[in-house]
Ligand binder design. Structure first.
Ligand SMILES: CC(C)(COP(=O)(O)OP(=O)(O)OC[C@H]1O[C@@H](n2cnc3c(N)ncnc32)[C@H](O)[C@@H]1OP(=O)(O)O)[C@@H](O)C(=O)NCCC(=O)NCCS
Length: 208
């Protein structure tokens, strides 16, 4: 279990909590807004994804039992969500549901290019500027090292200056500016920047 104490905020792997509550599920499924053309609005994303969260791929930051942020990550072909096609068919009907599911699977598949990938990072508004995202990133680095990876990679919208500053301060460097290649030309994705950060191994651990 990863656990960090930073100014009364605790960070824990979701799989080590008994049963994360509905508001935590809502926060986690509210991400991926850039995929709204596939996954619909926030309420729709909740219906599609909330029952298929892989809690061992989510770090939760909480203060006084309230969730204040999360980091989601992917490695070894497992990310934070594993939805079946069922919820998509139920939500959008047979044809549109199957098409949207296929598109979602393609976007998920594309990210397997990365070894350890930061899939999402979010801190609720009133808890920002207190170092919570920075602490979540530190905990994410620990997860990557434990999984045998020597770098963490991510994609950030080029216009998201706040997040870009955070990542740069946390040691990420810009790797590529146009990682979406053919997919970006086919689908309405925003421009993203690919960043990576190298990690020193934990003492006494071997690389996989
Ligand atoms: C981007 C985001 C995750 C940052 O979360 P955060 O918890 O505010 O991040 P931090 O507190 O670690 O750092 C943010 C700023 O607060 C400052 N800060 C950190 N601890 C502080 C403290 N104790 N007191 C005052 N300021 C502090 C940092 O220096 C940083 O300043 P900067 O913006 O000038 O660089 C948050 O704004 C968010 O959820 N945004 C929406 C989702 C998003 O964009 N996610 C990224 C997707 S790639």
């Amino acid at each position: 279990m990863t656990e960090i104490d930073a100014r009364s905020v605790r960070i824990t792997l979701g799989s080590s909590l008994p049963e994360p509550d509905e508001s935590t599920r809502r926060m986690i499924t509210s991400g991926r807004s850039s995929l709204a053309f596939i996954l619909g609005d926030e309420a729709c994303r909740y219906r599609l994804l909330a029952k298929s969260i892989n809690w061992d791929r989510i770090l939760i930051a909480y203060r006084d039992c309230t969730t204040v942020g999360y980091a989601a990550f992917k490695h070894h072909r497992r990310g934070p969500f594993s939805p079946g096609i069922g919820p998509f068919l139920h939500e959008f009907g047979r044809f549109r549901g199957a098409l949207r599911y296929l598109l979602f699977a393609i976007t998920e598949y594309r990210e397997w290019y990365y070894g350890f990938y930061l899939y999402g990072l979010h801190v609720i508004k009133h808890a920002r500027h207190q170092g919570i995202a920075s602490a979540l990133l530190e905990a994410t680095f620990d997860q990557a090292r434990l999984a045998g990876h020597d770098r963490v990679e991510l994609e950030v919208h080029s216009k998201n200056q706040r997040a870009r500053r955070l990542y740069t301060r946390q040691g990420f460097i810009q790797a590529r500016t146009t990682p979406l290649n053919w997919l970006g030309r086919l689908l309405p994705f925003p421009a993203v920047i690919s960043m990576r950060r190298s990690l020193a191994p934990l003492p006494g651990t071997a690389r996989k």
